[in-house]
Design a protein around this ligand. Structure first.
Ligand code: ADP
Ligand code: MG
Length: 534
């Protein structure tokens, strides 16, 4: 069975596979493009349109079009369209459905076994939601892989040999992340990662669209253009076009027309960069933070600084990184992630079949897959012979009570730190009971939700809890040891031990607010009933 890599992006998505020459290749969508806007238009109760036609009506039919859904992944978020309630998972499933159907049509075989990419800093809930979206779309999700890892896998495929340290700067349409990765002949290893999931090209578009509107209003003070959806759609589309053109040209003109009023608005690259400098500065701050984290781990030199994500084409990005002393270079910004995911899908399919056979010697498996793909065995072995090692994406901890000047205050004490290599197991950390005569101890597990570790409750998300009960009345501050364990696939287990009675508690973290199996199968039926097209 062939395998496919899917880059399910915030603004654009893309599918790739290993072609019959053994190279990762993009599979074009129905309109013949490499990438598909991640936009869903609920045209009627039965009919769903995904892609550029949907994007073209996003501002005209705001109640029927869903964009940037990836920003909601892993959150409890619902939207009702034509009386049908949707979740981030089911909307993402509609995008995946269209991507898979179009790819299947194009390559002439079913698209079932897939790997889907996620930003490296996605937490447990977002990863789980992404996997669920694949299941709802009727796909067999072999694995979820980090986008920068996929980009590095693709880099490795075209720059094979030696050990390299890479800095990946990924500025997409809706998200930004930075990752330091070591690539060796045997392994791809994430060293550290950081990012902001509310920062991307769409924000640059918004700034420019606002400017265009202001300029239009300045010329036509009486205009009611700001209330007109069609006009706002033309500004949004125009802003993105102009932005892209300004990556190559110094100046562009936008023709705005509303009612009888027209304006020709000139936008220079300089003006555009001035309007958006604060956004770029945010990526620089995160880049510097990542460089510091890498330095703490002994990495101060990079063999390559890879720019991925469509927005890294903006010349200001290269200039900003150069001013930090880095030497960035463009790495197939729109397609590298999908291509690397295609390679990872091959690696995973071999791993899964090797595990199923229970055997250590994957030679027959490799041969079998090579035969199925009609590729030389050495080629498959070369593409698939790579281990992938990642890190804990965000910190995990427990809720504790602090007494400050007689006041009680809850804070989060992190035990498993972000960027610890996976699989990870912490030393037991000592905590104490909060009150005299406690007969039970409740343990709450929280995950860092902001992009930096913080002990404030609002910067963390409650993800699980458990109770050790039936204890004899314990004196205040009786010791409890808590340790965290995270498997390579991100499954988190927490162990708490009350030292006096040696009563303990093991929590396998199930995602709070995630969809149940029943909800997934109901959503799968609902999604299957739609007629999805591009
Ligand atoms: P994501 O994976 O977050 O959806 P992509 O990596 O596909 O994002 O990048 C899409 C973003 O890149 C969009 O905001 C798009 O406008 C922007 N983009 C694409 N080409 C260019 C270009 N030439 N110059 C500037 N921005 C671009
Ligand atoms: Mg992307």
């Amino acid at each position: 069975m062939a395998t496919f890599g899917i880059d399910l992006g915030t603004t654009y998505s893309c599918v790739a596979h290993i072609d019959d020459t053994g190279r990762p290749a993009i599979i074009k969508n129905r309109p013949g493009d490499d990438t598909t806007p991640s936009v869903v238009y609920f045209e009627s109760p039965e009919n769903v349109v995904v892609g550029k036609e949907a994007k073209a009506v996003a501002k005209i039919q705001p109640d029927l079009v869903v964009s940037l859904i990836k920003r909601q992944m892993g959150k409890s978020f619902e939207i009702t369209v034509h009386g049908q309630t949707h979740t981030p998972e089911s909307i993402s499933a509609l995008i995946l459905r269209e991507l898979a159907d179009a790819a299947a049509e194009n390559v002439g075989e079913p698209v079932t076994d897939v790997v889907i990419t996620v930003p490296a800093y996605f937490g447990v809930a977002e990863r789980n939601a992404t996997r669920r979206a694949g299941e709802i779309a009727g796909l067999n999700v072999l694995s979820i892989v980090d986008e920068p890892v996929a980009a590095a896998l693709h880099y490795d495929a075209i720059n094979a040999g030696g050990t390299k340290t890479l800095f990946v700067y990924d500025l997409g349409g809706g998200t930004f992340d930075t990752t330091v990765i070591k690539v060796s002949p045997e392994e791809i290893q994430v060293v550290c990662t950081d990012g902001d999931h509310h920062l991307g090209g769409a924000d640059w578009d918004d700034r420019l669209a606002e400017y265009l509107l202001e300029q239009f209003q300045a010329e036509h003070p009486e205009t009611e253009a700001a209330d007109d959806e069609e006009f706002l759609q033309s500004l949004a589309a125009g802003a993105e076009d102009i932005k892209k053109q300004l990556s190559r040209m110094q100046s562009r003109r936008f023709n705005a027309r509303f009612g009888g009023d027209t304006s020709q608005i000139e936008v220079s690259r300089e003006k555009f960069e001035e309007l958006t400098s604060e956004l770029l500065e945010r990526t620089v701050t995160i880049t510097q933070r990542t460089l510091r984290t890498a330095a703490e781990r002994g990495i101060t030199e990079f063999d390559d600084v890879l720019l991925v994500g469509g927005s890294s084409r903006m010349p200001a990005v290269t200039a900003a990184l150069e001013s930090l002393g880095l030497k960035p270079r463009m790495h197939d910004p729109d397609l590298a992630v999908a291509k690397g995911a295609a390679r990872y899908a091959l690696i995973e399919s071999i791993k899964i079949r090797s595990d199923e056979d229970g055997g250590e010697a994957p030679a027959e498996v490799v041969e079998e897959i090579a035969a199925q793909l009609d590729l030389p065995v050495e080629k498959v072995r070369a593409l698939a012979g790579k281990r992938v090692a990642t890190v804990v994406p965000r910190a995990f901890g427990v809720k504790v009570i602090n007494r400050v000047g007689g006041r009680e205050q809850y804070t989060i004490e992190h035990v498993l730190r972000a960027n610890t290599p996976l699989p990870a197991e912490t030393e037991p950390q000592r905590f104490g009971t909060a009150y005299p005569n406690q007969v039970e101890i409740s343990v709450e597990i929280w995950e860092q939700s902001g992009s930096v570790e913080s002990e404030a409750l609002e910067d963390n998300e409650h993800i699980a809890e458990g109770v050790i009960s039936g204890l004899p009345p314990l004196p205040e501050n009786s010791p409890i040891d808590i340790s965290f364990q995270m498997a390579a696939d991100g499954l988190l287990t927490v162990h708490a031990l009350e030292l006096r009675t040696r009563k303990d508690l093991r929590i396998e973290v199930q995602i709070k607010g995630g969809l149940t199996d029943e909800q997934v199968s109901a959503a799968r039926n609902a999604v299957a009933r739609y007629n999805v097209s591009a």
